[in-house]
Structure formats: C-alpha cells, structure tokens
Write a protein that binds this ligand. Structure first.
Ligand code: UDP
Ligand code: MG
Length: 324
C-alpha cells in the first residue's frame, strides 16, 4: 500500500459524499495502491450511513466507527493506527483543507522530507474571534513549549511511515498530534495554502473544546507552568529580604506599633517559603509527568554501521525500552 488517507468525521453527513468524490479523484492516480479511511467519531447524525453508502461506489474506502465520541485527536489516532500505507495523508472532513495539494506534498516528500505540513496563510470564512485566538494561540504555545511547533498549522499533512510509527510509539493519552509530529524530528517542511471556509455543517470546535485543546497542547509539551512557583518564590524571597531591612529600619527609627514588625516579616518570609516548597513539588511532579508519558528517548533517522568491525565483538548498546 502506497498511500493512506485518514479523515476524522463527527457529524459530517453532508460533507461525506463531496469528500469522497474529491478524495477519489485526487487518489485515482494511485489506483489500488491507495486507501481512504474515514473514522466516524461517535456521530449522532447519519455520518456512518453516509460512509456505508459511499463504500458501495468507492472500493478504496474503509470506514471505522468509534463506539462513542472521543474527540478529534483520538479519532485521528484511531485512523492512523489503522493506516497501512507507506505515506499517510490526513485532513479534515469539511474540505477546508484542499485534497488537491496532495500531489505537491508527494513531490516534496520525494525530495526526502518525512513530514510535509500545510501552513495556513489565510483563513476564509472563519470568525474574527477564531482567527485572533488561533493566531495568539500558536505564538503563546511556542513561548510555553520546549519544542518548536510550526505556527498556523493544523493536522493537514503528509507523513512518511517512519514518522508515523515514531508518533504511534508515543503512548500518551492527551494527544496533540501536530505537536507530536513536530517533536519526533526527521526532516520537515511546510507548504503554504489558503484555508477555505466550511461549506457544509458547522464547526465541531466550540469555545469549550478549543480551550481544552489549547490546554492539552500547552501541557503536552511543557512543564513550564509547574515551574512558575519556583520563579515566583525567588521573587518573593528577594522581596522579603528587602522588607526585612525596611521593617527593622521602621522599628528602630519610628517606633512602630508592637507586633507590626513580626507580622509583616512572618507573612513575607513564610509566603516565600511556601512558594519555594510548591516549586520543589512542581519540579518532582513535572518529572513524574514526563516519565509517565513514556515517550521514546530518540529515533534513528540514519544508521551507518561500521564497515570493518567484526560482528561478534560489537555489543549493541541495550535500548532502554524496546520499541518498533
Ligand atoms: N472532529 C471529530 N471529533 C470531534 C470534533 C471534530 O472527529 O469531537 C472532526 C471534524 O469532523 C472535522 C475535524 O475533526 O473533520 C475538524 O473539526 P472542525 O472542522 O469542526 O474544526 P475547525 O476547522 O472548525 O477548527
Ligand atoms: Mg473545519
């Protein structure tokens, strides 16, 4: 199998027939070497029926139906796990991302890139609110996270089998897929495009889901928020040192009311100590969090073995964790 197309769908009954036609046309050149996987993410409308209907006319089409709504990123993961292709193309069901870009993406991959992601240079038909929050989000995300996540990208991308396997080897539950692809490394390149408006149905990302998505994104790639307490404690302890000078000075020079000096000092010193202990806990929790994710330490993109060495004498370093 050369190519797998993966599309998560939730309540997209109007889009599916159009989607299948467009995908069928764009993948026709690959014939039986291509498969299209539509994942029904617990839809409550006729999405599954629409998929079944489309399967009658499109032999390359496979359907996957989740038992309940698990969210965009999980539905996409389900499709990616089912994909058998050497290259995997993912896009949204609402055709906001043009499938026709596949040909260009394939060419870029031919030149040796492992990930070709779509960068939106313009978003049509989306509210000012969505555009402003999305713009701010990708910039804030890069300040907060420890890796560089390409700006203004969605999950619209073509990836190689080894990049996909690398992502699937990350067992974490909060899945921010576009960040995970950035994290695994390999050679990545962007392709710019104009994002169309949604033609059928409405967005499945209300504010509530968008906030949840943003929180997942930030916490998945950073423990910076946990380190906030440590930074604040340095601030606070420095401040209490200055306070001490001021309080002693006032006590001696102005003969302040009895009790004032001790209360002020106790408050400032102990709040500093509390923040510091919280910060120390944050450091441990952060490490626990990273360990709990159980991500592979590294992936090999190349392995040039020694030509002259005798095989029996080389001890392969034991990998910390055996992964495919
Ligand atoms: N989606 C999904 N499960 C959800 C929410 C969304 O599978 O819980 C799918 C949806 O059908 C679409 C894609 O994820 O194919 C992106 O959603 P949408 O187009 O509503 O997001 P937007 O483009 O408005 O950001
Ligand atoms: Mg959309």
């Amino acid at each position: 199998m050369l190519l797998s197309v993966v599309v998560p769908c939730m309540n997209e009954q109007e889009s599916i027939p159009h989607l299948v036609v467009r995908l069928y046309e764009t993948t026709a050149v690959y014939g039986k070497q291509a498969e299209i996987i539509l994942v029904d993410d617990g839809s409550t409308d006729g999405t599954w029926q629409a998929i079944e209907e489309a399967r009658k006319t499109c032999p390359q089409l496979a359907g996957l139906r989740l038992s309940a709504n698990r969210g965009h990123q999980v539905a996409l993961t389900a499709g990616l796990e089912a994909a058998k292709g050497e290259r995997i193309f993912m896009l949204d069901a609402d055709l906001q991302d043009p499938p026709e870009l596949l040909a260009d993406m394939m060419q870029m991959m031919d030149r040796g890139h492992d990930v070709v992601y779509g960068r939106r240079i313009e978003r049509k038909g989306e509210t000012l609110f969505k555009r402003v929050t999305a713009y701010g989000f990708y910039r804030f995300l890069n300040i907060m996270s420890d890796i560089e996540i390409p700006r203004d990208t969605g999950d619209f991308r073509l990836v190689s089998r080894r990049a996909l396997d690398a992502v699937l080897a990350m067992p974490e539950r909060a899945r921010f897929i576009r960040g995970m692809f950035a994290w695994v490394g390999f050679s990545q390149i962007g392709i710019e495009y104009t994002r169309a408006g949604r033609e059928w149905g409405e967005t499945k990302y209300p504010l509530r889901k968008m906030l949840r998505f943003a929180t997942d994104a930030i916490t998945a790639f950073s423990t910076k928020p946990l380190k906030l307490a440590t930074r604040l404690s340095f601030f606070s302890l420095g401040f209490s040192a200055l306070m001490m000078i001021y309080v002693l000075h006032s006590l001696i020079v102005y003969q302040t009311a009895p009790g004032w000096a001790s209360i002020v000092l106790a408050i400032s010193i102990f709040s500093g100590i509390q923040l510091l202990t919280l910060g120390i806990m944050g450091e441990y929790i952060g490490r626990l969090y990273i360990e709990a994710k159980g991500r592979p330490l590294y992936y090999k993109s190349e392995h040039a073995e020694a030509n002259g060495a005798e095989e029996a004498q080389i001890n392969e370093p034991t990998p910390l964790r055996k992964r495919a």
